[in-house]
Design a protein around this ligand. Structure first.
Ligand SMILES: NC(=O)c1ccc[n+]([C@@H]2O[C@H](COP(=O)([O-])OP(=O)(O)OC[C@H]3O[C@@H](n4cnc5c(N)ncnc54)[C@H](OP(=O)(O)O)[C@@H]3O)[C@@H](O)[C@H]2O)c1
Length: 222
């Protein structure tokens, strides 16, 4: 039985990714900002983690280490958009966004790296908002959520640099999940969570070219 580690499984895309992998006979280790999640399974173990807190990340990694299961797939899913209505960078919102979407996510990944099996796959859930070439007129919201965009573009560079470092050992990918009906995406989004998660699942279990940006299993422009 293979093991997947997913951050932010209490709601939205992360919750349905966890449920999909459970239904496909994976052991799922999930992290949640809350202490618990509203679903259970004999093959599910949940640990509390707040990506805003160095101490919380360290404790969570320690608990996962003690749990003693090597990881085949890591999906860094947890993330925030705190400047949805803004068109200018608000310093405090930028700081919070970067702390969660970038710095906390990197800190967690680096600390858990030794638990990931060779041949494994790390997926950073990015966004089309983190595509430099789609920032202009092609973007649905060209002027909005600048801090979120900055965080996802920087996360994409982490994907690139980590992929180079882990070459021939662990595959590292950035994945755009689509515009999805969640608390973050809103109900006017054009993909259901289930549709998005089918694409993520089908992609996560493949062995793609490392260090690339993907959407629905196809390369996406940086
Ligand atoms: N929905 C879209 O259209 C869309 C599009 C492109 C990319 N994405 C990306 O997809 C991923 C999942 O998004 P979603 O739409 O499922 O969003 P969501 O429903 O808002 O879920 C976000 C998840 O991140 C967790 N989280 C928030 N702050 C955290 C913190 N400080 N520490 C740890 N976990 C924290 C949340 O926990 P709580 O429930 O406790 O807050 C929740 O589990 C995100 O990385 C997002 O940027 C989404």
């Amino acid at each position: 039985m293979q093991t997947i580690l997913i951050t932010g499984i209490d709601k939205g895309i992360g919750k349905v990714i966890a449920q999909k992998f459970l239904s496909e006979d994976y052991f799922v280790i999930g992290t949640s900002l809350q202490n618990e999640v509203d679903f259970s399974d004999e093959n599910l173990k949940v640990f509390q983690m707040d990506l805003l807190s160095d101490e919380s990340i360290k404790n969570c990694v320690q608990e996962i280490n003690n749990f003693n299961k090597k990881i085949d797939i890591l999906i860094n899913n947890a993330g925030v958009m705190v400047d949805k209505e803004e068109t200018t960078v608000i310093k405090e919102k930028l700081r919070k966004t970067l702390e969660i979407n970038l710095i906390g996510t990197i800190d967690f990944t680096e600390q858990i790296l030794s638990e990931i099996n060779e041949g494994g796959h790390i997926i950073n859930i990015s966004s089309s908002a983190g595509s430099m070439s789609r920032t202009g007129r092609e973007s649905r919201m060209p002027n909005h959520y600048p801090s979120y965009k900055i965080s996802k573009i920087a996360l994409n560079m982490y994907t690139k640099t980590l992929a180079l470092r882990l070459k021939d050992k662990i595959i590292v990918s950035s994945v755009h999940p689509g515009w999805v009906k969640t608390d973050m995406g809103g109900q006017e989004a054009n993909l259901t969570i289930k549709e998005s998660v089918e694409n993520i699942f089908n992609f996560a279990i493949t062995k793609p070219e490392t260090g690339q940006f993907w959407f629905k299993g196809e390369k996406y422009p940086w």
